[in-house]
Design a protein around this ligand. Structure first.
Ligand code: ATP
Ligand code: MG
Length: 392
């Protein structure tokens, strides 16, 4: 019995004239995620993508798992591909879906016929298949309104397909169709979630991480790489830029008022990130800030941070509660890593009483004690590049 994976397109189908390029990007992303799992043939037809193994060794199980994280796919299911004869289809349905059909009490059959040459129409296919399965599985009853299980039969141009309930896909739009942006990534809970949210809207990511050795450890940096690897299962490959930030922090500490330390540090982060982002062809920055979460995320503090950047800063978590953010981070499997207790550069020099409502003009005045342009140039000149490949 030949088994394949069927993928139904998500919002891609709505994109009118851009549709072709959306689909091409999606197919490219799919093929890339199947790398290393054996040989597959991937093609699109009538808003469905067919992923067909070319040989016995192709790992369908892992393929489905990886594809469940590819943005642009609304749903996915394994299906049995058979010749377009009703008897063959009926046999295949009973055989292929034996497991689930033996385990439930009620079912219904849904069918779609795009090959109008096929002798039975959709209601006739449902009726015939329903009767056949009832005769084969005495445990079953038909319930068209709330069935435990739905058998789906699709008669298409090339073949017929039999499958059961489809799994929900990752949704969103294909990564690479929404431009490129730089995510400021720490080892915390929020920024990996922010990265995931923007990738879901089609944005290709570049990652910027500020590390402060010797105050922060190699292990803390490894944690960030591990987080990005998890995010990469959704967002695809990316490059991580690690910025050595200790000198900047020491300079701020030595020359600026303590209560403005955090906001000035964040402004320098923005400037460094923007420079890297421009070099990498990114059009925006992304942070994991959420309004009011901590002293540096009050409206006034964000106004000051924002003023240091000359490109749009996306903050997809701005209106979310911590609980909602944690829910997403558990779902995308970054939570357990994020809560591992390694120091972040932001936690190394924290003032006891940060100014929660800094005024931009005082912050700018305090910054005059620093040679910001030179500090930023030095950071960017010493940046370390690491390729991130998705996990699995
Ligand atoms: P997170 O959970 O993402 O660490 P947070 O709640 O700890 O966020 P802050 O420490 O104020 O909040 O950081 C706010 C945002 O600034 C982060 O979401 C991230 O985008 C960026 N940021 C913080 N620290 C770093 C870092 N070391 N490297 C890169 N970006 C950082
Ligand atoms: Mg943090």
């Amino acid at each position: 019995m030949k088994e394949i994976i069927l993928l139904k397109l998500g919002e891609v189908v709505l994109k009118g004239l851009n549709r072709r390029s959306f689909e091409e990007t999606l197919l490219k992303n799919i093929r890339r995620r199947l790398d290393g799992l054996g040989s597959f043939e991937v093609h699109e037809r009538q808003s469905t993508i067919y992923v067909t193994p070319r040989d016995e060794d192709a790992d369908l199980f892992t393929a489905q798992e990886r594809l469940s994280k590819v943005f642009g796919i609304a749903s996915l299911t394994r299906a049995c591909e058979v010749g377009k004869k009703m008897e063959t289809i009926l046999d295949a349905a009973a055989e292929y879906l034996r497991g689930p059909l033996s385990a439930v009490k009620t079912f219904k059959v849904e069918s779609k016929r795009s090959d109008k040459q096929f002798p039975l129409n959709s209601p006739q296919i449902c009726k015939e298949a329903g009767g056949y399965l009832l005769s084969k599985f005495p445990n079953l009853r038909v319930d068209v309104n709330h069935p435990d299980y739905t058998v789906r039969i699709e008669v298409r141009d090339a073949a017929a397909y039999v499958h059961g309930n489809a799994e929900r896909g990752a949704g969103g739009i294909p990564v690479g169709t929404g431009g490129k942006a730089a995510i400021l990534i720490s080892g915390g809970i929020d920024s990996p979630v922010a990265a995931w949210m923007m990738a879901r809207r089609g944005v290709e990511l570049t990652a910027v991480h500020f590390a402060s050795p010797p105050y922060t450890s190699e292990r803390a940096e490894q944690k960030v790489r591990d987080l990005l690897t998890k995010v990469g299962a959704y967002a695809g490959r990316m490059t991580m830029f690690t910025v050595p930030f200790a000198k900047v922090q020491e300079q701020i500490m030595a020359n600026c008022p303590e209560e403005l330390f955090t906001v000035i540090m964040r402004r320098l982060m923005m400037r460094c990130a923007e420079k890297i982002a421009r070099n990498e062809g990114c059009g925006a920055l992304i942070t994991g800030e959420s309004l009011g979460q901590v002293a540096s995320q009050t409206l006034e503090a964000i106004v000051c941070t924002d003023a240091a950047a000359n490109m749009p800063v996306f903050r997809p978590l701005i209106g979310m509660d911590k609980r909602e953010i944690v829910e997403i981070s558990s779902r995308i499997d970054t939570y357990e890593l994020s809560i591992q207790p390694y120091e972040d550069c932001c936690t190394v020099f924290t003032p006891k009483h940060p100014r929660t409502k800094p005024a931009l003009k005082y912050v700018e005045k305090a910054e005059e004690a620093l040679d910001c342009a030179a500090l930023v140039d030095e950071c960017v000149a010493n940046v370390k590049k690491t390729p991130i490949t998705p996990l699995g």
